[in-house]
Design a protein around this ligand. Structure first.
Ligand SMILES: NC(=O)c1ccc[n+]([C@@H]2O[C@H](COP(=O)([O-])OP(=O)(O)OC[C@H]3O[C@@H](n4cnc5c(N)ncnc54)[C@H](O)[C@@H]3O)[C@@H](O)[C@H]2O)c1
Length: 248
């Protein structure tokens, strides 16, 4: 129960990595606000978490829309009185090289994966600043570090942007008692990874030194560490969770 008394908002927690993070935080005693775009997925996760705690609130909201993000943060604070931890996890996969990517898809990738991190952080930061403490954890990807990736170029650019945003926010928010860190997972077995071309994913996975793809709980363990008191003096960091698939 190492997060007892804390309140966490985990975006994109109606399935996959976000669900595992929200569930782990609830198991550690935190009140959790879960978010996603699909109400029936959210309901299922809420019911799962309710077996551990009643301190759960689900909010369907599109994190690429500033007005919806503002309302989500207001509802979270109205229910629990504060926010200690923000996990900017929501994201979507986009495929294609530059010449294969439409202007519209480029824009959607930037909005859903990168602008969302800016919007959610911007909405939560004033509350954390008032309390002079907070934790922001951003979900990037190995794809943002290397050109040797099976994801699309727009997706990879958003993930590189998240790493930069993490460093800038860590620099600016440290004096306010807020740490900002980032996790860069390799392939993790979720609905998103199941959209990868099967042969490419199998070839990639066969080269992973630890011999397997990640599971959402692998990422949740690191998200727990970053939210815990053990990470008090860690900020501006990108932590790889990739089984050694990319070592720089
Ligand atoms: N699975 C992987 O291999 C992998 C690897 C590296 C990084 N990541 C990153 O981890 C994060 C979670 O990925 P996942 O594999 O669990 O994906 P997933 O598809 O299983 O889940 C994505 C979640 O994000 C939510 N979401 C998507 N668009 C949203 C929007 N506009 N507003 C609110 N919620 C939205 C969905 O509702 C869902 O809850 C993403 O940021 C992804 O880029 C995943």
């Amino acid at each position: 129960m190492r997060l007892e008394g804390k309140v966490a908002l985990v975006t994109g927690s109606s399935k996959g990595i976000g669900e595992a993070v929200a569930f782990r935080y609830a198991q550690e005693g935190a009140a959790v606000v879960i978010n996603g775009t699909n109400r029936s997925d959210l309901k299922k996760v809420e019911e799962r978490i309710r077996k551990t705690t009643d301190a759960v609130l689900s909010i369907a909201a599109d994190v690429s829309d500033g007005a919806q993000v503002e309302r989500m943060v207001e509802k979270a604070i109205a229910r629990f009185g504060k926010l200690d931890i923000l996990v900017n996890n929501a994201g979507k996969m986009f495929y294609g090289k530059v010449e294969e990517t439409s202007e519209e898809d480029w824009g959607r990738a930037m909005s859903v994966n990168l602008k969302s991190v800016f919007l959610c952080s911007k909405a939560v930061i004033p509350h954390m600043q008032n309390r002079k403490k907070g934790r922001i954890i951003n979900m990037s990807s190995t794809a943002g570090k290397t050109a040797r990736t099976i994801t699309g170029v727009s997706y990879a650019v958003t993930k590189a942007g998240i790493m930069y945003l993490t460093k800038r926010m860590a620099q600016d928010l440290g004096p306010h008692g807020i740490t900002v860190n980032c996790i860069a997972p390799g392939p993790v077995d979720t609905a998103m990874a199941r959209t990868f071309p099967e042969d490419l994913l199998a070839a990639y996975t066969s080269t992973i030194p630890l011999g397997r793809m990640g599971v959402p709980e692998d990422v949740a363990k690191v998200a727990f560490f970053l939210a815990s008191d053990d990470a008090d003096y860690v900020t501006g960091e990108v932590i790889d969770v990739n089984g050694g698939s990319y070592i720089d």
